[in-house]
Design a binder for this molecule. Structure first.
Ligand SMILES: [Fe+2]
Length: 236
């Protein structure tokens, strides 16, 4: 539910071949459903919705040709700014898979009040905000109460698979596991950008999760909760 596999639209996959290598890796890790979340940053060049949807269809066809039947859904990872609510209403920035869920990121050093107010604003408009890679924000790493406050506002918490296995250092890893231990994390995403250092290979992460946590919870954060986003589409 968080990846940059769509080719040529952001700092993720460069071209169709790299996109295919990424899908192959994810596929071999057991992933069949993908919500594609190219970056949306106000004031920058963003791929239009028609570009995203058109290219997504090309990816789906190419993957099928190579024996990988996958379901792809369009979305954005939206860098929050004051105009975002309007862009969502206009349909220029995308929710996840046509649902009410929106994947929102901030700069790591943004103050907590800014993050909280932004997510609360979106929640008040009827969206289900999900905080992208929650383990990256200084205000949360430094103050656990802030995490709880966001949960109290019904904000979804997404963490990156690589943070769980320690690719971002021990402090981030410890924080990610605390989120899991206290059942505060809702989604584990790959946030894959390439087929190298930031690949969608989640096998190590999955084995750690299923070993260390209740398998039902591991299922929910890795697959089940993301499927709820996809199924929300039908109600929305
Ligand atoms: Fe991302």
């Amino acid at each position: 539910m968080h990846c940059h596999i769509l080719p040529g639209v952001d700092d993720g996959a460069r071209d169709m071949e790299q996109s295919m290598r990424m899908i192959r890796t994810a596929y071999e890790s057991g992933i069949r459903n993908f919500i594609l979340t190219p970056h949306y940053k106000e004031g920058r060049h963003n791929a239009s919705v028609s570009t995203i949807c058109g290219r997504m269809e090309e990816v789906r066809r190419e993957a099928a040709k190579r024996g990988m039947e996958v379901s792809l859904y369009a979305g954005n990872e939206i860098l929050y700014s004051g105009e975002i609510a309007e862009r969502l209403e206009e349909g220029r920035a995308l929710t996840l898979a046509g649902s009410r869920y929106v994947l929102i990121e901030f700069f790591p050093a943004h103050p907590f009040s800014y993050i909280r107010n932004a997510l609360d604003e979106l929640g008040g408009m009827g969206y289900e905000p999900i905080l992208a890679h929650a383990e990256r924000y200084e205000c949360l790493l430094q103050n656990w109460e802030n995490v709880k406050e966001l949960k109290g506002l019904n904000v979804g918490i997404q963490i990156n698979a690589a943070s769980i296995t320690g690719a971002l250092g021990f402090g981030v890893k410890r924080f990610a596991h605390r989120l899991l231990k206290e059942r505060l994390a809702d989604y584990v995403g790959t946030d894959a950008h390439d087929d190298g250092r930031r690949s969608p290979d989640v096998r190590k992460c999955l084995s750690q999760l299923y070993r260390r946590y209740d398998p039902a919870y591991a299922d929910a954060v890795c697959f089940g909760n993301a499927m709820k986003i996809i199924n929300d589409k039908k109600q929305g």
